[in-house]
Design a protein around this ligand. Structure first.
Ligand code: MN3
Length: 213
């Protein structure tokens, strides 16, 4: 992920709004990016504006050091900074239908680790789906690596970010209803299936290599 500092620019989606059809619809993508992510970005900038001493801090540095920040800044970094970071991870983790890396089982070192830890791709998918269904309320499910490179499925609430807890993110699914309600209504299970169909496996493999590298 490209490291940014204040003033944060709205992340540019690396594909068209309709590129994930029919799995994730264009209107959902447009609202998710142009309204939800834009609001997080604007609010993060507004919160940081009165604190010039943090204007050269990357988003990663802010999120990894929340507890050292002025009290007035902490919640905004957690919620809006997390909102920016997590959405960039989510959007980049999706690949347009028909591209080489869309919806494929993970390969490389990550693929081997998945086979070893979960007994194969299908079993991993099953476990990931079950865990995503269990996330209560608004949040995310992540595949992360811990400091020793071990894989872990991590549920996070609201816009909390795994890097605040020292984990290295590999891939994530946004489980807030705004990510799927227009097309899937309350059927989170079918959204999770559709997410797997457009999962960007290249992105996940590269992230894992960085985590253990
Ligand atoms: Mn979202």
């Amino acid at each position: 992920m490209k490291k940014q500092t204040y003033e944060f620019k709205l992340f540019k989606l690396p594909y068209a709004f309709n590129a994930l059809e029919p799995h994730i619809d264009a209107l959902t993508m447009e609202l998710h990016h142009d309204r939800h992510l834009k609001a997080y970005t604007d609010k993060l900038n507004a919160a940081l504006k009165p604190f010039p001493e943090y204007h050269n801090w990357t988003l990663e540095r802010l999120l990894c050091n929340i507890n050292t920040l002025p009290v007035k800044l902490r919640n905004d970094v957690r919620n809006n900074g997390g909102g920016v970071y997590n959405h960039i991870y989510y959007f980049t983790g999706l690949a347009p239908v028909g591209t080489d890396n869309a919806g494929l089982p993970f390969g490389g070192a990550l693929g081997e680790k998945i086979d070893l830890n979960f007994g194969g791709w299908d079993k991993f998918k099953e476990r990931f789906k079950t865990s995503a269904l269990e996330v209560f309320g608004s949040g995310y499910l992540w595949l992360v690596a811990d400091r020793r490179g071990h894989l872990k499925m991590l549920q996070t609430a609201n816009q909390d970010s795994p890097i605040t807890r020292g984990f290295c993110p590999i891939i994530t699914i946004d489980l807030w209803e705004h990510a799927y309600y227009l097309k899937h209504y309350n059927d989170r299970a079918s959204y999770i299936d559709d997410w797997f169909a457009v999962l960007n496996s290249d992105f996940a493999e590269t992230n894992y290599d960085c985590c253990i590298g």
